[in-house]
Design a protein around this ligand. Structure first.
Ligand code: IVH
Length: 711
């Protein structure tokens, strides 16, 4: 959008139709520039050019008063306040890492890598080991050597544009030295050193401002400032350790790229070492663990990466973590404190979780005042009582846990904890614990106000509908005030504007911001939609697989309704196929066994849930099929079964490749199978394919079909 158009045709020369079109264009253009100016603090046009746009708009409105638009720049109260940062879509997703904790886990990781690549036990696999910095991952895009965008990880696919703030980070190159590719996205960690963190907190304290709980929060808080001047004043640093988009291959190994990044002017992650076997890897881990306290910044483990980049590519990723890397975490830090009281929290599926309310204490740099006690058995097993001194620990980002009780310090009058028989909600519904299950649940189901609130909080959460500015506190209040009871009510809040605007601490601006954030979510991906429903055992990965398998909401809904019908008719069935076709198809989705399938189907057996979906469909503009890079591949949407021994790739590699190309990989052959890829010594599956008339392919033919250079 440019400000140049305005000179095209004088206002006096416009006819009515032209004026109408011109007003529409101007409304959009001016809004665009307002947002850049107010929200992003990054105007694209000069004040003079902006004013010209406004004058032209006013002149046309004056000549054609009947054409003044509802969203005319003159009718708007102003642009929405600086609500958030602009979104940036990562062309190459920003993955996270799987974790390992023991030496055996590390050995397993290496063994898995070998197995996947089809290597022998004694084939060398070089591993680069580097400190796992406890900060925030950041993507820096450079074009022709200049920093153009700095973006946070966000949900891995869409992050926030924090370019203006990133530019202020000390030591971060704004232009690259040496021979960097034309397009290069460098990734790494933004963090704060421990001494800088304490100094910052002292400064904040003196100014009677809120301090940060740990260096990580301080880094995050400093980076997300609307005013880059504040970020500039915060002691942030950046270490590079990975990359995303590139216009040319960067090298043959991770180590080589590390050195190239240094040559462009980056500090890279330290300490780091190129290891040649398991022993070297573990030795490095122990060395760094011993020196942990002497490092200037917090680290929470060691990251291992397969050094060869061609192997990294073959290994690919599963769910949201690469198979070629893993994080070896350091053991959690522990501390002793007093447990004042045990309270009960109710989750969205009605599970009662006991929580320990503690005398605040610092563990691993974080002040802890609450810890989860998991369930009734856990309390009994550890004999945890109110008034006990307990050992607590934080493991990474996990909520702290009570490890054990210091029995010697137990007061003489201490009593065992009695688990409640009724939900702490206002309905005081009895609770139930199914035989063989660890969780106690409130039987109030959909009526329990606690569950309702938790379901709504899940629904608007970051991984679900991600409605900005609608946090758990608002949800609780809105529910109490009767503004929102069910998910679809959120999309009707625009009809309750008056009620919202009269709420304490709210005004026209904050309401407008919230309603805008809600409007932005009237189109939503099917995977997020499914995840947002909060079906038991359906996490993000399963939601995505369901979205991919069923394609669109209607088809999924119909299939699940059918699966539930089948399930009701065959309550004693032991195998998916005995239940029915729709149910068996559901079980054919990777990671879905009968237990998960039962929970999904049962969700659709509940009239209330069906109504929730129906109401949402009515309120939303669109539930969109998953965008797939693989849509254009020749096997997109096809169901493939691999059988027998493959020679040019391992079975898991073949499966991963096929899935990356949009195919569904099934375990058994049915009428719905499109291809059966037959390796050496294939048995019954190949026969069944022939019986059913399903196309069979040799490994060679399959590779030719997907044109993947294997092995
Ligand atoms: S590599 C695809 N290397 O840890 C692999 N990550 O728990 C991308 N992190 O999101 C990450 N130090 O924010 C990598 N040396 C390092 C790291 C590192 C810290 C963070 C990063 C990542 C998180 C995963």
């Amino acid at each position: 959008m440019s400000a140049k158009h305005q000179t095209e045709k004088p206002v006096e020369a416009l006819n009515e139709a032209e004026a109408e079109a011109e007003l529409a264009r101007l409304a959009e253009t001016i809004l665009h520039h307002d947002r850049l100016y107010y929200q992003d603090a990054q105007p694209e046009v000069s004040d003079e050019d902006y004013d010209k746009l406004r004058w032209r708009n006013d002149a046309i409105e004056a000549r054609f008063p009947a054409l003044v638009r509802a969203d005319s720049p003159n009718r708007r109260v102003g642009v929405e306040a600086a609500a958030g940062f602009a979104k940036v879509t990562h062309r190459v997703p920003m993955l996270s890492l799987s974790n390992v904790f023991t030496d055996e886990d590390v050995a397993d990781f290496l063994a898995r890598v070998r197995r996947f690549l089809g290597l022998e036990e004694d084939d060398a696999v070089d591993i680069i080991a580097e400190a796992k910095i406890d900060g925030l991952s950041m993507s820096l895009l450079y074009r022709d050597g200049r920093l153009v965008t700095g973006a946070t990880r966000g949900d891995g696919t869409v992050g926030e544009d924090v370019t203006a703030n990133v530019r202020t980070i000390r030591g971060l190159p704004l232009t690259l030295k040496g021979n960097a590719p034309a397009v290069i996205e460098v990734r790494g960690e933004v963090f704060m050193r421990r001494d800088d963190f304490f100094a910052l907190n002292r400064r904040l304290e003196e100014a009677e401002k809120k301090t940060f709980k740990n260096p990580r929060n301080a880094a995050a808080g400093s980076l997300r400032q609307k005013d880059p001047a504040i970020t500039a004043d915060r002691p942030l640093r950046f270490l590079a350790y990975a990359w995303g988009e590139t216009s040319e291959p960067l090298g043959a190994t991770q180590w080589e790229v590390r050195e190239r990044m240094q040559s462009w002017g980056f500090e890279t992650d330290e300490p780091a070492r190129l290891c040649h076997n398991l022993d070297e890897v573990l030795a490095f881990y122990r060395e760094v663990q011993g020196a942990r306290a002497e490092l200037p910044h917090d680290i929470d483990g060691i990251v291992y990466k397969v050094n060869r980049l061609d192997w990294q590519e073959r290994l690919g990723a599963v769910s949201r973590a690469p198979r070629w890397a893993t994080a070896h975490k350091f053991p959690a830090e522990q501390a002793e404190t007093l447990l004042h009281q045990i309270t009960i929290q109710v989750g969205r599926t009605g599970a009662l979780t006991p929580v320990a309310n503690l005398e605040p204490i610092t563990v691993g740099g974080v002040v802890v005042s609450r810890a989860t006690l998991h369930n009734e058995d856990e309390i009994a097993r550890k004999d945890i009582r109110e008034g006990d001194h307990v050992i607590i620990q934080r493991a990474g980002d996990v909520i702290p846990q009570v490890v054990s009780v210091v029995k010697e310090k137990r007061p003489a009058d201490s009593q065992p904890f009695v688990f409640p028989t009724h939900c702490p909600c206002s309905l005081e519904t009895p609770v139930r614990r199914e035989p063989g299950e660890a969780v106690t649940r409130c039987t109030g189901e959909l009526a329990c106000p606690y569950q309702q609130v938790q379901r709504l909080i899940h629904f608007v959460g970051r991984e679900a509908f991600d409605i900005e500015g609608l946090g758990s506190r608002h949800i609780e209040e809105f529910r109490q005030e009767g503004l929102v009871t069910e998910p679809a009510d959120i999309f009707h809040l625009k009809d309750r504007k008056d009620a919202l605007e009269t709420r304490e601490g709210w005004g026209a601006q904050s309401v407008a911001n919230l309603l805008r954030a809600i409007e932005e979510r009237r189109r939503i991906g099917l995977d997020r939609f499914i995840y947002a429903l909060g079906i038991r055992q359906v996490g993000q990965a399963t939601a995505r697989l369901l979205a991919r398998t069923y394609g669109e909401l209607g088809a999924w809904h119909q299939a699940m309704t059918q699966a539930e019908k089948e399930r009701r008719k065959a309550p004693d069935a032991k195998k998916p196929a005995e239940v029915g076709e729709a149910y068996a198809e559901l079980c054919n989705v990777e990671g879905i066994g009968m237990s998960v399938a039962d929970d999904i189907a049962a969700f659709f057996g509940e009239a209330h849930n069906v109504k929730v979906i129906g109401d949402l469909e009515a309120a939303l503009e669109a539930v969109e099929p998953l965008e797939s890079v693989a849509d254009s591949s020749p096997v997109a949407g096809k169901t493939v079964v691999f059988t027998g021994t493959l020679e040019r790739m391992t079975r898991s590699e073949a499966k991963a490749r096929a899935e990356a190309l949009g195919a569904k990989v099934a375990g058994s052959v049915s009428k719905k199978t499109d291809y059966v890829v037959v390796g050496a010594d294939a048995g019954s599956k190949a026969r069944k394919a022939q019986e059913l008339g399903v196309t069979t392919l040799s490994e060679e033919a399959w590779l030719a079909l997907v044109k993947t250079p294997a092995g």
